[in-house]
Design a protein around this ligand. Sequence first.
Ligand code: UD1
Length: 417
Amino acid sequence: MSRLVINGTKRLKGSARVQGSKNSALPILAAAILCRGESVIHNCPELSDVRGTINILRYLGCDVGFSGGTLVCDSSGLTKNYIPNSLMREMRSSIIFLGALLARTGSASMCFPGGCEIGPRPIDLHLKALEALGAEICDDCGVFRCTAPEGLHGAKIALSFPSVGATENVMICASLAEGTTIITNAAREPEICDLADFLNGCGADISGAGDSTIVIEGKSSLRGCCHTVIPDRIAAATLLSCCAATGGRVTLTSAIPSHLGAVLSILEECGCDVDIMGGCVTLDAPNRLCAPKVVRTMPYPGFPTDAQAPVMAMAAKSRGTTLFIENIFENRYLHVSGLLRMGANIKVEGRVAVLQGARCLHGADVAAMDLRGAAALITAALGAQGRTTLEGLRYLDRGYECLEATLSELGADVKRI
Ligand code: UD1
């Protein structure tokens, strides 16, 4: 079993490129099955979740090549409309194949998706929305069997919560449905806009992505296109948290600063200087951070739930008290037990965590229990005195492309053994 060994308190310095966005790449790859001909996806990150998605595409009969960050998918040979449990349980985003397969073949069946255990993660909004588009769905002992006996047609879909995945499923499925679909209370995350850009490049007609009302005019067919995935705002937030935890000075290149607004404002509240120049963000952190008062996770453009864990780790050594309120997932404090082992002072009560900044953290043997929790434990270890060993790297590898190599280049003492 591999683990990271981190010797902390090295100031991070230098510049690093932000990887392509995991949460953009995964739905775009699922959407590629809608298209005739080849889809060419640049800036696709090398992650185990991307490899899991490629395994699904190949299982379905697509021809997929992936090298040097460019993925080419030709879905002409798609023959299957079923995804087995062994492929579904790898990650949550596999549920996006439900809308994609339904649109492409008129039917789909699959098991409940897997992913990190950060809450119950129901899929009721996905199913209800697909039913509004004409799907008939039955739960056959844990296998969802989905058909569209009357075909797929446009519909008015009012989401009760702006779910990212449900918005994506509807956008994909409705792109090949007959007529107009209007999603209200849609998710507004940048990854929604990236998916819309990809689908529009393939010939779809989607307007309003990034606003809470999205309109999709269904088309009879789509063709593959060339698309470049946006930079990963959560990987960027993680690198900035790592920099701040060490009192460092780091420039991120290939970032989209406007996607980082809520995170940058917390970093400024901590006493960091933030400088933005085009697609570069430079963070200059003080030796000891001031604790941000409140970190409240919200749908975009609010503070992202995915950045809560690394930002909490960054704040663990700050001066003052921070109130964290996790509004998106119920069980998103899995990193706290590892932080406590490193000397952090945090109390969790349901969706609220109260962090009192400690004078210093110390290295410890810790294990990640989810993707962003892994990033949090690395963030804390970089600012902690002494040696930390981190197990559970399978979670880290789901979402971060060579994080330890990037951190080493910035001056961290981190090795995978
Ligand atoms: C996506 C991201 C994930 C991020 C999350 C919130 C991907 C691959 N993953 O996950 O990294 O943390 O957005 O920004 O893009 N919900 C329901 N019923 C549903 C669907 C969702 O109740 O059918 C609830 C969820 O339990 C959760 C909330 O809605 O409490 C938000 O979930 P959602 O926005 O759907 O997140 P994901 O798309 O799963």
